[in-house]
Design a protein around this ligand. Structure first.
Ligand code: GLC
Length: 431
């Protein structure tokens, strides 16, 4: 088996998409449950979901232009509506208003743009009353739901050619009921190179310590961290997913808080600096079009990723190597360290804590700018920089080192395993 992680480790940045019937209401992907809508009323939305402006090729081109290398789309969210041809199930796009398989178009769009294909699938399904009545109310109905989930996964892994990532959600509240080891087996059988969000399929490792993910038994698992940057205890490649707006993942019409380009660039730096990928979510509107402000966010990201590609793709996280001005993130590749500078200092940039001799330092850009390096003990000064940062959000400084980047032995930082403690610091200063 080839290294199934190779593309993921290179890709670093992906687009997450939540799109379904709920997008017509513009109140997030969970409106059926959170708004106490009657399932029979909610189902009526399927007649209005004609997806006239859905153009998967265009979505994929926008993602590509923003510097993203893979996509993950909700094939079925908790509401139970399937964008694909779900065997024996009418509440799906081919048998309602769209009259076609929207996942088939999505997969084609990804491939045409050179993106890797990820499919989100929610285990829990609010179209089944057993979800609300509890697992003991009717074991036969529960079994029907579990069988459907297994048959959906089989269909998704059979009908669209190569799938690169199966991304799960909704393990709660039924947990054990899903028989996730069998689901895992189906994927391995049909898509041997496919990666799986192990924690989201099998549940959190702290809670399900005997799962194949917790024991890291099979290659191809990734871990995911939702709206926070916390690595899994299971040491596998990992991904942070987060939203482009304020809270929800599906389209929210009246949400005024679209994160600024700068905030999204910070988020990218924080995820990559921690060693994760970033899967950044967008919620297209009910008709399939992207909100204008989302398009602008993607354009901002595209400008940034284009000029800083070297520090992004195939990089590893270097946050914690030393403290880079309290908040600047760091990535690295081979012998080069990349400082993601948020706080520009004018023509000279000072930082402290890097041990290596420096061969060369550059400001990344369409044409890199070479700068001079001066060292005074622990202190490094990069000189000859532009007075204003070439990118007002984050400008990246590439430091080509002799050998792999290493930290100096700066007392307080080392003593405390990379975190400050003012008492340790003051003792060190006085010693
Ligand atoms: C949560 C939510 C869900 C969303 C997901 C994305 O688990 O239940 O609505 O799809 O996060 O990671």
């Amino acid at each position: 088996m080839s290294d199934c992680y190779a593309w993921f480790n290179e890709a670093k940045f992906g687009m997450f998409l939540h799109w379904g019937l709920y997008s017509l209401l513009g109140l997030g992907e969970q409106i059926m449950f959170r708004g106490h809508l009657k399932p029979s009323d909610y189902r009526k939305l399927a007649a209005r979901f004609t997806a006239p402006n859905y153009d998967a090729h265009e979505w994929a081109r926008m993602a590509r232009a923003a510097g993203m290398n893979y996509m993950v789309l909700t094939s079925k969210h908790h509401d139970g509506y399937c964008l694909f041809d779900s065997p024996g199930w009418d509440f799906c796009a081919p048998r309602t208003a769209p009259g076609r398989d929207l996942i088939a178009e999505y997969v084609e769009g990804c491939r045409a743009a050179g993106l890797r294909v990820g499919i989100y699938y929610s285990l829990q399904d609010w179209a089944f009353p057993v979800m609300f009545d509890g697992p003991d109310a009717d074991p036969d109905k529960l079994e029907r739901l579990v069988q459907k989930v297994h048959s959906d996964v089989r269909a998704l892994c059979s009908n669209y050619g190569k799938i690169d990532l199966m991304w799960f959600d909704g393990h709660w509240p039924l947990h054990e009921a899903w028989r996730t080891v069998e689901i895992d087996d189906i994927i391995r059988e049909l898509q041997p190179e496919c990666m799986i969000t192990g924690d989201r399929l099998h549940g959190a490792p702290s809670r399900f310590p005997d799962s194949p993910f917790a024991r890291n038994e099979r290659p191809g698992y990734i871990a995911s961290s939702e709206r926070r940057i916390v690595a899994s205890e299971v040491k596998v490649p990992w991904e942070v997913c987060d939203v482009n707006q304020h809270r929800w993942w599906g389209y929210v019409k009246h949400d005024r808080h679209y994160r600024t380009g700068t905030e999204l660039i910070y988020l990218l730096g924080e995820a990559l600096g921690a060693g994760a990928n970033l899967l950044l979510n967008f919620g297209p509107m009910g008709d399939g079009a992207f909100p204008q402000r989302a398009r602008e966010q993607l354009e901002d990201l595209g400008r940034f990723t284009e000029r800083n590609a070297e520090a992004i793709y195939g990089s590893s996280g270097a946050n914690g190597l030393f403290e880079h001005l309290a908040i600047g993130d760091m990535t690295r590749k081979g012998e080069t360290l990349y400082l993601w500078a948020r706080y520009w200092q004018g023509e000279s940039y000072h930082f402290a804590g890097l041990k290596n001799n420096i061969k060369r330092a550059r400001v990344l850009g369409r044409d890199d700018i070479d700068v001079t390096v001066e060292r005074d003990g622990d202190h490094i000064y990069l000189r000859g920089l532009p007075e204003l940062p070439p990118d007002p959000a984050v400008t990246i400084l590439a430091i080509d080192c002799e050998g792999e980047p290493e930290a100096t032995d700066w007392g307080p930082y080392r003593l405390h395993g990379g975190a400050y403690d003012m008492r340790v610091w003051s003792e060190w200063i006085r010693s």
